[in-house]
Write a protein that binds this ligand. Structure first.
Ligand code: ADP
Ligand code: MG
Length: 300
């Protein structure tokens, strides 16, 4: 008689996206007639609790549209989003967001921006100060706590947004190209910080990027999208050992093989411009000295 092992624990599906579609009405090339533009078509994906999923794809393939829908900031035309089994009907404190161009509160200082979610959750002043301080330090903004957003650089604003999303400890983090505006060295520091935060907290993360290198470095699974209409093209499991870091992981054979495989898969996509290719060979011994833009970005 055969017996099959019964798993003790089936992975809990934290985020379930079913058949999401989003159509924008846009003006036609010739005239003023509205045409339908399918930004997202029949997009289905389940993200397990504690899983780190990267979504990668060329500019305009619907990544931000997708994340806005999961965040509850935009509505899909059809399909459903469930987080922890509940259908998403709007924004909520269960989902921390770091979205592109997501504005900080201009009337609040850096510290007060970071403490915002904690206030919403009803944390005491002492708790807010302690936790806020921890995240201020984490994103290296000590000394800037009393500044207002207009007194910060783009990269600093982005770091405040990351600290604000992390500080109130949401179960799910939705991040839309959070490191795109920072310089190469800060980007690697923040990637390493995010890796260590994820390893400590095991949050469920959906991380949008147009950098294949960044997607592979961070994620358990890389979802590759294709444009027009925005769909899933491929899903790659990333079985690189953890803990990971820029320094150690980027040097590994497995990392390089996987990024190569994803690039090659994309090159077969006739909908992408032929200019898309592997970035030139880099000196992989010194990943921290890469010039900006050498992160395997799909430069479209
Ligand atoms: P990505 O984040 O992958 O670059 P987006 O989700 O921002 O892509 O956009 C997907 C497509 O939908 C793009 O072609 C974009 O021009 C279009 N789009 C996004 N928002 C709107 C809008 N509000 N109205 C019309 N078209 C839009
Ligand atoms: Mg985008």
């Amino acid at each position: 008689m055969f017996s099959y092992p019964i798993p003790h624990e089936l992975p809990e599906e934290k985020i379930v996206l079913e058949n999401l579609s989003k159509v924008y009405g846009v003006r036609s090339q010739e005239g003023r007639d509205a045409e339908d533009f399918v930004a997202l078509e029949d997009f289905s994906l389940a993200v397990n609790a504690g899983e780190f999923v990267s979504i990668v794809g060329p500019s305009g393939c619907g990544k931000s549209t997708l994340l806005d829908i999961i965040a509850g900031l935009s509505k899909a035309d059809s399909g459903t989003v469930r987080v922890s089994g509940l259908e998403v009907t709007g924004p909520g404190l269960d989902r921390g967001v770091v979205l592109q161009g997501y504005a900080l509160f201009p009337w609040r200082t850096v510290r007060k921006n970071i403490e915002f979610g904690l206030e919403m959750k009803g944390a005491s002043a002492k708790e807010r100060r302690e936790i806020g301080q921890k995240y201020l330090e984490l994103v290296s903004l000590t000394g800037f706590e009393d500044r207002y957003p207009h007194e910060l650089s783009g990269g600093m604003k982005q770091r405040v947004a990351i600290a604000r999303a992390l500080a109130y400890d949401p179960e799910v983090l939705l991040m839309d190209e959070p490191f795109a505006a920072v310089d190469a060295q800060t980007r690697e520091i923040l990637q390493d910080e995010l890796l260590s935060i994820w390893e400590k907290t095991r949050k469920t993360i959906v991380f949008v990027t147009h950098s294949i290198d960044e997607a592979v470095l961070l994620a358990d699974r890389v979802v590759v999208m294709t444009a027009n209409p925005g769909k899933i093209r491929a899903v790659h499991a990333v079985n690189l050992p953890r803990p990971r870091s820029n320094h150690a992981t980027r040097l590994s054979r497995e990392y390089q093989d996987l990024r190569q495989k994803i690039y090659q898969g994309l090159q077969g996509d006739s909908r992408l411009p032929s200019s898309l290719g592997l970035p030139p060979e880099r000196n992989l011994s010194f990943p921290q000295t890469e010039p900006v833009g050498a992160h395997g970005a799909i430069a479209l």
